[in-house]
Design a protein around this ligand. Structure first.
Ligand code: ADP
Ligand code: ZN
Length: 607
């Protein structure tokens, strides 16, 4: 059978070109299906190995594989990485000169390329479509396929027009890939790209090597610094902030505190932004502080942590952003500090947006799901996977599993809060309401004679931070809303009534004072430096230096030459010949040819 034959061919290419011993997860089925001319819709978490799902079929089938990707800034690195393993690849996008475009178009037409990456807006031009019609096409791969979803956070109008591919090239197989899609988005992708008939491959969304932690925000920046110093000294990581200003301030703060940090946001000068991205990709141990403008398609494998200083607006965003950590499979942290202000801010952004009611409603329910994740008393991962329609058991690798949160019957304190809001006539914000509860005689309290209220001081037993946590959860539960048109005054909702009347009880998570984290908890024994003997470590360090030099010479990121995991394997195995080196994961024929002699010589010189 053809599929059987393709399976063998695929495995051979995987080993000889990419240097990997075996396929992962559903890769083998997907590759065989597409190589045999079938359409596919592939959902795989970040780091799952989507690229091979179209790269190998493109090598098996006649003609060039056309990869549609919105990530122009990364095309160069992708093409460089393919060149390193001996695959003939190029890209077409707006950064090129006319001569360059013409040269690549000629290569496409003459069948001299295995893969060509194209931005969607370029693909849709009649020039490009005509070129493709005059060429032999192996397949179309539509990467980041969730960009077709109008309700999603990465919507690209051009993606909707990609249905033209099916109309103009009905016999060319198409494979759409994404790392973020709930059931609704998946249906939207299938529908809009006319992939209703395509076979769907849905992988487990779990990223077991990522540890999820969501902490109460006190002084967010300080907590971040402690987290990095305690658990990630010298590691590469990404810190997400909501605003450009906060990005710059946070990067500066980290630098002053001795952590190498760079900034990235849409308001920066283009050149500086690209330079920062390139440094993050190429150098070791840089922390990138960024708005969500950063990161799509960033496939740096050794990002050890992703930190959020502000609340993402949906679980999809959170999962996509945190998914950039630990693509190499090593232990990684997804850490977030979250507080009352985040809830208020996100709700306000939805209320104040110009969008229609339907859109606001959807955004509102997405935010509710995100808040549910933050406030959950049980395993975070179970919550996350459940959102993507996947059932699971408590994971043992999230804060809720490691330090179970304590819940308590908060009916009485919530009643106190609600009546305090009511007594000040629903006209005051959080700070004032909490002052009244705690019996603080502020000027404002005296001015409004709120010290005369029956609710004055009824909550003196709790700290301000505790009251903020209670209020935050009351907002998340929909008992209280914030009126932005009236100085952020707190108001009661209909849902507050039964609680006030004592007909309904409320369980909340117990406030936990932000505590110092224990050192290096996220690095289990047996990982990284720990598992190499002194001699192996010396060789590994030497290989690292060699890699820095080589990467500079070839002008590519270091991980494009070899991953850390490959070098660790070399350091352990100490291959004395090219044949022995061939067996190492990540060493394909082309890399063996290019670097084999140097590596073997380097090992010999160590003895
Ligand atoms: P995705 O696009 O799904 O986020 P990638 O295609 O970038 O993931 O793959 C993630 C990493 O896993 C890459 O470094 C890739 O080389 C590696 N990888 C993919 N498939 C395999 C495999 N079968 N064996 C070993 N490593 C693999
Ligand atoms: Zn868990």
């Amino acid at each position: 059978m053809v599929e059987k034959q393709h399976q063998e061919q695929a495995l051979h290419l995987l080993q000889s070109v990419f240097g990997y011993p075996s396929f992962r997860g559903q890769q083998a089925e997907i590759v065989a299906h597409v190589a045999s001319g079938g359409d596919a819709l592939v959902l795989m978490p970040t780091g799952g190995g989507k690229s091979l799902c179209y790269q190998i079929p493109a090598l098996i089938r006649d003609g060039v594989g056309v990869v549609v990707s919105p990530l122009i800034a990364l095309m160069q690195d992708q093409v460089d990485a393919l060149a390193e393993v001996g695959v003939r690849a190029a890209f077409l996008n707006s950064t090129q000169s006319f001569e360059e475009v013409v040269r690549i178009e000629r290569q496409v037409r003459n069948g001299e390329l295995d893969l060509v990456y194209v931005a969607p807006e370029r693909l849709l031009t009649s020039r490009c479509l005509d070129l493709l019609e005059a060429s032999k096409i192996a397949l179309f791969a539509i990467d980041e396929a969730h960009c077709v979803s109008q309700w999603g956070h990465d919507f690209r109008p051009e993606y909707i027009k990609l249905s033209v591919l099916h109309e103009r090239f009905p016999s060319v197989p198409r494979i759409a890939l994404t790392a973020t899609a709930d059931g609704q988005t998946r249906a939207e992708i299938a529908h809009r790209l006319q992939l209703d008939e395509a076979l769907q491959f849905v992988s487990s969304f779990d990223r077991p090597n990522i540890r999820y932690q969501i902490v109460e925000k006190g002084n967010g920046r300080k907590q971040l610094l402690e987290f990095i110093e305690n658990e990630h000294a010298g590691d590469a990581g990404i810190v997400y902030c909501l605003s450009r200003k906060k990005v710059e301030e946070t990067a500066e703060f980290l630098n002053e505190s001795g952590i190498a940090a760079l900034a990235y946001h849409a308001g920066m000068d283009n050149e500086l932004r690209s330079r920062n991205q390139a440094r993050f990709l190429r150098e070791d141990g840089i922390v990138m502080v960024a708005t969500i403008a950063f990161g799509m398609g960033i496939d740096k494998p050794d990002v050890r942590f992703v930190a959020h200083l502000d609340l993402p607006k949906s679980i999809e965003s959170y999962y996509q952003e945190t998914g950039r950590a630990g693509r190499d499979g090593g232990p990684a942290n997804a850490w977030m500090a979250y507080g009352l202000q985040d809830v208020v801010q996100q709700r306000r952004m939805i209320d104040e947006s110009e969008a229609g009611e339907a859109y606001k409603r959807i955004q509102g329910s997405k935010l509710d799901a995100m808040l549910g994740l933050c406030e959950t008393l049980s395993c975070r991962r179970v919550r996350l996977l459940d959102y993507f329609g996947q059932a699971s058991e408590p994971c043992g690798n999230c804060d809720a599993c490691l330090n179970p949160a304590v819940s308590f019957d908060a009916t009485v304190p919530v009643q106190k809060l609600l009546s305090a809001i009511y007594r000040v006539e629903q006209r005051f914000g959080a700070g004032h309401v909490i002052d009244v509860l705690r019996g603080t005689e502020s000027d404002k309290v005296k001015q409004w004679r709120h010290d005369q209220l029956s609710t004055f001081g009824i909550g003196a037993e709790r700290s301000e931070a505790e009251w903020r946590a209670i209020l935050r959860q009351a907002i998340a539960l929909g008992l209280v809303t914030v009126d932005y048109d009236a100085y952020s005054a707190l108001k009661l909702t209909e849902e507050a009534r039964p609680v006030l009347r004592g007909e309904q009880s409320v369980q909340l998570r117990q406030y936990q004072k932000p505590v110092k984290q224990k050192r290096a908890s996220a690095k289990p024994k047996g990982y990284a430096e720990g598992d190499l003997s002194a001699a192996e470590q010396a060789l590994f360090d030497k290989l690292r230096w060699w890699r820095v030099e080589t990467a500079r010479k070839h002008n590519v990121p270091a991980y494009v030459i070899f991953h850390d995991s490959t070098m660790r394997e070399i350091a352990k195995a100490k291959p004395a010949s090219l044949d022995a080196l061939r067996g190492v994961t990540g060493v394909g024929e082309k890399k063996l040819e290019t670097y084999g002699e140097e590596i073997v010589a380097l090992i010999e010189a160590m003895d």
